[in-house]
Ligand binder design. Sequence first.
Ligand code: ISE
Length: 336
Amino acid sequence: HDLRIGLVGAGRMGGDHARRIHERISGARLVAVGDPDADRAEQVAASVPGARSHGDPYEVISSSDVDALVIASPGVVHEPLLLAAIERGIPVLCEKPLTPDSTSSLRVLEAEQAGGKRLVQVGFMRRFDPEHVELRELLRSGALGRALVLHCAHRNPSSPPGFTSEMMIFDSVVHEFDTVRWLVGEEIRAVSVRRPRTTSAAPAGLADPQLVTIETTGGVVADVEIFVNCGFGYQVRCEAVCEHGTALAGAAGGLRVHGTAGWGGRIDADFSERFATAFDREFQRWADAARTGGVDPDAASAWDGYAAAAACEAGVRAQSEGTTEVRLVERPGFYA
Ligand code: ISE
């Protein structure tokens, strides 16, 4: 039968994922939506025929007609939800971050290993973005030689209320920490942060943009411009500078037009538009793997979630303390 999915978190991401599962993921259907805001849960459930709502997210996890779980709630509540899903032994696709810090992430890894089965996938959806996939395949082929430097730009049109300088690291650059590890195939050794002068478009107190430097254990250096009030659109670019050439992902959204006034392509409005294909592919592969009791080998595991959390902690420290080392525990064979 179809994979029966329970969803926890009925905010913007949860609503997007409910529609995605209903409209674009084959072999799966949404059966339950849980959110402490019962009205919000009901609103999302009502948008999907056959789905019911729960005011208690843990009722979704314990429901016998839920085969797999999607977590789209705020990161601060991920740990207990993940532990409950692991306890029940059901596969879970958890939106980033795995958890907000490395210590709680390690508790999730320990629980998953104690259960003896890989169940957790973290929603680093860029791993499913066609351009990023093509870039990684090019790097792995060695056709341009080894990657030496990555130039990354991560631009949002505007930051939501309450968005802080630290969140620019652990909510936004968390993607680059995973993307750099995934593209290069190495862990992150150190992080530093520089603060250019702030745009007048930033709310008071927000240091925006920031320049984050990521060094991998093999010596690749990635510079990341994180700019969350760029004003013109949602843009994520990654240029790999290799020994025999460069490759750039994410430069232009769609057709590049040369006209009398100049040239250029369009720019997406937000991440759900820019990464729509990536999210759909991520969810379809996750559902296909979950139906067979397996995991998607190309997806981010709990280990990847933990490694990103450790890098985020180093990045937040680096905002005030200068270059900061990233310390990881020994990678268990369970996550080889
Ligand atoms: C948001 O949570 C995301 O994950 C987006 O991909 C990122 O661009 C944005 O900066 C984050 O706040």
